[in-house]
Design a protein around this ligand. Structure first.
Ligand code: AP5
Ligand code: MG
Length: 380
């Protein structure tokens, strides 16, 4: 096994040598062979591309009962709000109607992908779906779905090799490597701009990206983009947003995961309007810590509810947001903030990263305080 390796712009150090992976695959294959020895039919071994390609190959060599091979890929996020399923299967290479499917995954962390896939396969008519994963992160796996075959459990760290990638690179290493956190300069720095509706999150975020070069991601803006494009997700999100209600956690979590995956070169992110529930905060924490990253600071803009009303009424004259038009919708957004989003403050206080800023005063006055705070983390 090589020593430290450079994958794109990050260093990784040895974690699991190939010999240990082989032994774990031997053991899991033996369990599957035992369970399927007298199986009446031909199960489909379903490789979830791209990550599990090497694992599936190694596993199939060891299977001793008749089986077929098929593969799929999942879209980053899509689908309906009602089911909470946020992904779509792309390119399922054979029909699974009435068949027993053994899904082969490279890694299961929070379990979102695998539970979405499990539901999608049953929807598509599979008679039975078994799950086989090479790696499991038990510390972050939160789902009830039973994982039938787990080759190896690992800690919640970002890894590459043996099919797993960092920005599509590193899959070809036969051993598994772990992100080297000792190399400080490569880690992204992430921040939240937090506060009630109309606190000025979007306004301050625009100035932050200008001055600090962080990537701005606003879940409200992303959802409005889906609405404008008339996607199924947008159409369903619209009914909730127009009432001042939150959309389901799984939808926004999928969006954030895509933003993180699609911007590996960012210096860091400024999250706006996310997380909005404690569950979202926990999910973000797990996603970032798997990458060896964290929220460095939460910048909380404090304004009283009456000011929220004033500002939103004023914005309604300039912008065209349906959720800005009626006092009862604005009131519901504020109530939703107090009931569901305010508890997020305790989560970040517990992590020692929560910072309050007075959100009253002119836009530039507020930005003066915001940038003084960010200067502590991102010195010029
Ligand atoms: P989102 O778009 O995030 O709306 P919001 O949180 O209600 O916040 P706003 O965008 O209304 O306010 P802001 O703080 O950005 O203020 P702004 O800078 O514009 O979310 C919309 C909906 O999407 C939610 O209700 C929910 O349904 C859904 N959603 C989004 N994220 C979700 C999630 N994570 N989970 C579930 N659902 C989610 O400023 C407001 C106005 O004030 C502007 O006109 C501005 O010019 C003015 N202003 C700003 N600062 C000042 C100042 N200092 N002095 C005077 N005026 C100022
Ligand atoms: Mg906004």
């Amino acid at each position: 096994m090589e020593g430290r390796i450079l994958v794109k712009d990050r260093y990784f150090v040895p974690y699991i040598p190939y010999e240990r992976l082989e032994k774990a695959i031997d053991a899991v294959a033996e369990r599957i062979n035992h369970d399927f020895k007298h199986f009446n039919g031909t199960p489909i071994i379903l490789c979830v591309l791209n990550g599990s390609i090497l694992f599936t190959g190694e596993l199939m060599k060891r299977l001793t009962f008749p089986c077929e091979f098929s593969s799929i890929r999942l879209s980053s996020y899509e689908g309906t709000l009602s089911t909470g399923v946020t992904r779509k299967v792309l390119g399922l290479t054979s029909s699974i109607k009435g068949r027993t499917v053994i899904v082969v995954e490279d890694i299961v962390d929070t379990g979102k992908t695998i539970t979405d896939l499990h539901a999608l396969l049953l929807d598509a008519g599979a008679a039975d779906v078994k799950i086989c994963t090479m790696l499991l992160k038990p510390d972050v796996y939160k789902k009830d779905l039973k994982l039938d075959y787990v080759a190896m459990e690992i800690e919640n760290r970002f890894i590459v090799g043996f099919g797993l990638d960092y920005d599509q690179l590193g899959r070809n290493y036969k051993d598994i490597y772990i992100l080297d956190n000792s190399v400080e300069k490569t880690a992204m720095k992430h921040f939240l701009i937090f506060g009630p509706p109309g606190a000025g999150k979007g306004t301050q975020a625009a100035k932050i990206i200008d001055r600090f070069g962080l990537r701005h991601v606003s879940t409200g803006d992303l959802l409005r983009r889906e609405i404008a494009a008339g996607t199924p997700l947008g159409l369903q999100a619209k009914t909730l947003i127009d009432k001042g209600e939150l959309v389901p956690d799984s939808v926004v979590e999928g969006m954030i995961a895509s933003e993180l995956d699609n911007n590996p070169d960012a210096k860091g992110f400024i999250f706006d309007g996310f997380p909005r529930t404690t569950a979202q905060a926990e999910h973000l924490d797990a996603m970032l810590s798997a990458r060896g990253e964290k929220i460095n600071a939460v910048i909380s803009l404090m304004i009283p509810d009456e000011t929220v009303f004033e500002r939103i009424r004023h914005r309604a004259e300039i912008e065209n947001r349906v959720d800005d038009t009626k006092p009862e919708i604005i009131r519901n957004r504020i109530d939703t903030y107090h009931a569901k989003t305010e508890p997020v403050i305790a989560f970040y206080k517990g992590k020692g990263v929560y910072r309050e800023i007075d959100g009253l005063g002119t836009i530039d006055e507020v930005f003066g305080k915001v940038s003084a705070l960010l200067d502590e983390y991102l010195p010029a």
